[in-house]
Write a protein that binds this ligand. Sequence first.
Ligand code: SAM
Length: 209
Amino acid sequence: MNKEQLLSSLEEVADPRVISAMSHVPRELFLPEPLQSRAYDDTPLPIGRGQTISAPHMVAIMCTILDLQPGMNVLEVGGGSGYHAAVMAELVRPGGQVYSVERIAGLVEAARLNLARAGVENVTVIQSDGSLGLPEHAPYDRISVAATAPSIPEPLKQQLKIEGRMVIPVGEDYQELYLVTRKNGFFAERKMGVIFVPLIGEEGFKDRN
Ligand code: SAM
């Protein structure tokens, strides 16, 4: 697939603003060199250390569910290559900021390089256990979790603003994507079946290595 074909295939699942944001972010810059020719295939691809960049349709769906708006303060858990953060950064401009947390040091460095090469200025990549959130920049208008959790981590819920939204995959062998909304309480809505790598951390799965 080329970029135009991919973007038009996303029209069925994504908001036009999200597709426009994705048209501005060159996915090839977030991939290892040998895989750059496959940047517009609608599939996850390996980025090293056993991790993957999410499929474009999954980024598009998660961004659409989140309803990201200019000026928002956003937390991403599971930064990987930095691609998904770059798309969200485009959607919250002007005035918005994305804090992207990744646990693997080598991926943190690569994501920072990728984002700089793509000219993205409103993403800060931080190495830490995102299952605990990132209290120093909370509360967040939106939280996007790109790794599957055993259950919805309490620290992430507590770091959401009132009227805030979070998307998060939950489950192990069978996973589902949830939209969590905070109002006078927390409301969790199941959206679809998905496949993600595990969220490893204190409020996630245990590291088996
Ligand atoms: N959004 C990414 C992108 O656009 O490339 C893809 C994310 S990949 C599917 C999931 C990422 O979550 C992996 O890079 C993995 O190392 C990371 N991860 C897993 N557990 C984590 C944790 N507790 N805190 C932060 N990152 C975590």
